[in-house]
Design a protein around this ligand. Structure first.
Ligand code: PMV
Length: 289
């Protein structure tokens, strides 16, 4: 029996622009997914296509137990974390000796297959390695970790990443003269933010700018705007939607002393709040329970 865990993720900067080859910054966060795999001759019967694909790709049969602390379908990378942790647990249980890089690549291939070609390597990279990752096109570079005080607000409004990506593509086609400069401006914000990762106040200002630009791309939502404003009014340094938008989650970067106040303010608006921070470890082996 082998148990492994992997973290979720948030986009700090650059979502949507990354689809057009611009840089994006994502960070691994605490809640994790825990996966236990055990040898078994019986064929696996699970409804998750991600887990099914992990066993098929690794060429083994076994049983699996999942304990996820990451809310699913909220843009916090739960499917990538499940995939990475399952591959690592299979690798360990069956002594397949795959490297972390091979696992990250396999996890991306599985996400891509299950999501019918619509996946970026962001989630699986961040979940595999942890910390902060700069993504540009197909290249991924780890940035030095910093201790940010984040509050995530989940609007509980369901959204579809592929639909939001398509919507931006359509806007870009219809109004290239407006949308292209917005995407370039997001790139500007991301590139500037890289140099201020240690300055939370400054990062907050960049988050505010990034949120305005995402709104201009049409991926905002009244519930997101409400939480973003609420967080700022409660003392956050800055706040923005995170991930695909149109619902899902926002993040706020806060002074340490105010993070619980910001979370409480968010919860006052029919939303779920999560006080979190960086997870510098990616996938890791856990004690069997
Ligand atoms: O829905 P999420 O959090 O996985 O974020 C999607 C981010 C996009 O840039 C919109 C798409 C992508 O694949 O990078």
């Amino acid at each position: 029996m082998a148990t492994w865990s992997a973290p979720g993720k948030v986009f700090l900067f650059g979502e949507h622009a990354v689809v057009y080859g611009k840089p994006g910054i994502a960070m691994a966060i605490r809640p994790r997914v825990y996966v236990t795999v055990r040898h078994s001759k019986r064929p696996l019967s699970v409804s998750s296509p991600y887990i099914q694909s992990c066993f098929t790709e690794m060429g083994v049969t076994g049983s699996v137990y999942i304990n996820s602390q990451i809310p699913s379908s909220s843009g916090l990378g739960s499917s990538a974390a499940v995939t990475v942790a399952t591959l690592c647990a299979i690798n360990d249980e069956f002594q397949l000796e795959k490297t972390r890089e091979e696992i990250a690549d396999m996890a991306f291939a599985i996400e891509k297959k299950v999501q019918k070609g619509r996946a970026s390597p962001t989630d699986t990279t961040v979940s595999s390695y942890g910390g902060i990752v700069l993504i540009t096109g197909t290249s991924r570079r780890r940035l030095p970790p910093v201790n940010l005080h984040l509050v995530i607000g989940d609007t509980l409004v369901s959204h579809s990443t592929s639909q939001m990506v398509e919507q931006v593509a359509e806007m870009k086609k219809q109004h290239p003269e407006i949308i292209n400069p917005v995407i370039d401006a997001i790139e500007g914000v991301t590139m500037s933010a890289i140099h201020h990762l240690n300055n939370q106040k400054e990062l907050g200002r960049y988050m505010d700018m990034n949120h305005g630009l995402l709104d201009a791309l049409g991926v905002g939502h009244p519930a997101l705007s409400r939480l973003v404003l609420t967080a700022r009014m409660a003392g956050a340094f800055g706040a923005k939607l995170t991930g695909a938008g149109g619902g899902g989650c926002m993040i706020a970067i806060c002074p340490k002393a105010l993070k619980h106040r910001v979370a409480k303010a968010i919860e006052g608006h029919n939303a779920r709040a999560l006080v979190t921070g960086i997870d510098t470890e990616g996938a890791r082996k856990e004690k069997n329970v």
